[in-house]
Design a protein around this ligand. Structure first.
Ligand code: NAD
Ligand code: ISE
Length: 334
């Protein structure tokens, strides 16, 4: 069996997903691509023999397309996800599910009326071997109950136009999702502190920031968001439990010890660091859809993450602790 999918958005991550789907993900064929940048879509589509659409809605309506991957910018996610739901087609939507709480709630409402889940959100860290191992050990009781979680999220640089809010809505959303998934708890408040600004940060960017999250069980989570760190893409985690700690080790491949020194490579960006996680995310999504199931990060996870991110952005603006109020969880996401 082969799943025929369409991809909306042929930019940076869309091309990375399409290349992976065409080369190493099994039981899948990219039959259509879409982008408002038609020239780019035609070039990418030609590379995999896919039909090309300027309008993503035409791609969703194409009978050959059985499932959709959305890799266009966040502000387009609501309309394409709703179109997939209306057409009863499974959809893997890149993060965020939608940029505002209200937009996420509209998606939740549309999906909650269905007999089964169709929407998955692209929180790929849940598919990373290191993160999975941390969760297995925590759930296994190896370090007792979680008390604290330290997260470091460093990017060497960001594209022009990246804002201080995006350090939360584009980057820290991954740490918010990992926190909820790893601990199995909801986040009830966010406080953002502005650190001394790096002289190398793009003009106007408040970089770095320290985001403090509180969970409903009282676990405190600190997230360093630093997007102009210069030296590489650096993701670190340490969970402090009652009887021990769980640390995500270096992911750099081979560490060389030689002539009284040791050294190793640092990933350049998330495509390199999380390449295996994207592979597992796509393969598990394809296999699940072929079996009529969508089991990865849900629209509820997308909604809850956006709600926390919105609170954190409000805290960045106001300087205060901001509480997170979640809607009632529909039974589809029990
Ligand atoms: P990008 O700007 O490189 O690509 C987006 C593409 O979408 C562009 O080619 C643009 O022309 C196209 N587009 C814009 N409006 C469209 C529309 N209405 N219909 C079809 N195409 C449209 O951005 P990117 O970095 O590839 O990010 C895309 C999405 O993926 C974002 O939501 C981003 O947050 C997410 N992302 C996720 C990860 C991850 O690690 N999970 C990494 C990077 C990006
Ligand atoms: C980017 O959009 C991603 O999603 C990456 O995973 C994240 O690490 C990076 O900070 C974001 O800008």
């Amino acid at each position: 069996m082969t799943l025929r999918i369409g991809v909306v958005g042929t930019g940076m991550i869309g091309q990375d997903h399409i290349r992976r789907l065409a080369s190493s993900v099994l039981r899948v064929e990219v039959v259509a691509v879409s982008d408002v940048n038609l020239e780019q879509a035609e070039r990418v589509g030609a590379g995999v023999g896919a039909r090309v659409y300027a309008d993503g809605h035409e791609l969703v309506a194409d009978d050959r397309v059985e499932a959709v991957l959305i890799a266009s910018p966040g502000f387009t996610h609501e309309e394409f996800t709703l179109a997939c739901l209306a057409a009863d087609k499974p959809v893997l939507c890149e993060k965020p599910l939608a940029p505002t709480v209200d937009a996420c709630l509209r998606v939740l409402e549309a999906e909650a009326a269905k007999p089964r889940r169709l929407v998955q959100v692209g929180f790929m860290r849940r598919y990373d071997d290191g993160f999975r191992s941390m969760k297995e050990r925590l759930d296994d009781g190896q370090v007792g109950q979680a008390l604290l979680l330290h997260c470091r999220h460093r990017n060497p640089s960001v594209p022009p136009g990246f804002t201080s809010d995006m350090m939360i809505t584009d980057s820290v959303v991954h740490d918010i999702d990992v926190t909820r998934w790893l601990l199995g708890q909801e986040i009830v408040a966010a406080t953002v502190h502005k650190a001394r600004r790096s002289s190398l940060a793009p003009e106007g960017l408040q970089d770095p920031q320290l985001v403090l999250l509180e969970t409903d069980a009282g676990v405190l989570v600190d997230v360093e968001s630093f997007v102009s760190c210069q030296f590489g893409y650096d993701i670190r985690y340490e969970l402090v439990g009652e009887t021990g700690t769980l640390s995500l080790g270096e992911q750099a491949g081979v560490l060389v010890r030689q002539q009284f020194r040791y050294h190793g490579p640092i990933p350049a960006d998330y495509r390199e660091r999380f390449g295996d996680a994207y592979q597992a995310e796509l393969q598990e999504w394809v296999d699940g859809v072929l079996q009529g199931q969508v089991t990865g990060p849900s629209a509820w996870d997308g909604y809850a993450t956006t709600a926390v991110a919105e609170a954190a952005v409000a805290s960045l603006t106001k300087g205060d602790r901001v509480a997170v109020e979640l809607a009632d969880r529909p039974s589809l996401y029990a």
